[in-house]
Design a protein around this ligand. Structure first.
Ligand code: THU
Length: 136
């Protein structure tokens, strides 16, 4: 499978932006949405889901990846993340580890600002030396 193009990453972030109004962020008022492209060409979306017990908050990236896995995805080729703020989102450390569970080091993680600028880093750049379980 070839690496996603810049146009595909823009489309992926747009899919995330479509569901941004669904974010449940009454405590932080910081809405985030994510979309992941799986190796079958399907897109899965997620939003952050906060809770009155703050520590139970689920980030948009991990919700999207959970949706992908529930739909049968085994590999993720790209991640798109968006919010309402003027700067791109840098996924949190926990999300970086979960992204690397399903995405290779070269998989792009793209985020936009409200001016349309797309910032792209690879999963490996976001989390060098990610923990991987050696089996066998
Ligand atoms: N959040 C995400 O959903 N993804 C990120 O990459 C960073 C943070 C959420 C968690 C919480 O609901 C809100 O943003 C503020 O931290």
């Amino acid at each position: 499978m070839t690496a996603p193009t810049s146009a595909e990453l823009t489309a992926l972030v747009a899919r995330a932006r479509d569901v941004l109004p669904h974010a449940h962020a009454p405590y932080s008022d910081f809405q985030v949405a994510a979309a992941v492209l799986d190796d079958a060409g399907r897109v899965h979306v997620g939003v952050n889901v906060e809770n009155a017990s703050y520590g139970l908050t689920m980030c948009a990236e991990r919700v999207a990846i959970g949706a992908a896995v529930a739909a049968g995805a085994k590999r993720i080729l790209a991640v798109g993340v968006t919010s309402r703020r003027m700067r791109p989102i840098a996924p949190c450390g926990a999300c970086r580890q979960v992204i690397r569970e399903f995405a290779g080091v070269d998989a792009p993680v793209a985020s936009d600002a409200e001016d349309g600028t797309l910032v792209v880093a690879t999963a490996g750049e976001l989390l060098p030396g990610a923990f991987r379980l050696e089996r066998g």
